[in-house]
Design a protein around this ligand. Structure first.
Ligand code: FES
Length: 145
């Protein structure tokens, strides 16, 4: 395994064990997501002001990949506009689905290895799909199946 891969794996394990922004928000939009294949569940909370994301957080239970993905997502989105957030998700999805590169993705690049495990693409994108539902004020449970 290359040093870079080890570093990526370490960061995923760290965020999986000690997720950042792991909290509910009373005054935020929220949506719930579920991956029925794995059983992972996540609730994403997002507070926007004039089209800018002021606070984003999550709670849930799941594997290292879905938890780390939610954690790194919250870090990546703070201060971004809603449109920038949607664009970042498109790029992130392209990265993990092997349809794009890591240019401009910052720390989210650590999920590049997911492209070798197509079954895990939904694990890595669960929080992002759920974020989009929260931004779109969708009340139905988001499911990856
Ligand atoms: Fe965690 Fe798939 S194993 S969402």
């Amino acid at each position: 395994m290359t040093e870079l891969r080890e570093l990526y794996q370490e960061m995923i394990l760290d965020h999986g064990k000690r997720p950042r922004n792991f909290r509910a928000q009373d005054d935020a939009e929220s949506a719930a997501g579920h991956n029925p294949l794995c059983g992972d569940r996540v609730t994403v909370y997002v507070r926007t002001e004039d089209g800018v994301i002021r606070d984003v957080s999550f709670q849930g239970s799941g594997c290292a990949i879905s938890t780390a993905s939610a954690s790194l997502m919250t870090e990546a989105l703070s201060g971004k506009t809603v449109e920038e957030a949607r664009a970042l998700f498109r790029r992130f999805h392209e990265l993990v689905a092997a349809e794009g590169d890591e240019q401009g993705l910052g720390k989210l690049e650590v999920f590049k290895g997911v492209r070798d495990f197509p079954m895990r693409v939904k694990c890595a994108t669960l929080a992002w799909h759920t974020l989009c539902a929260a931004l779109d004020h969708e009340k139905d449970l988001v499911t990856t199946e």
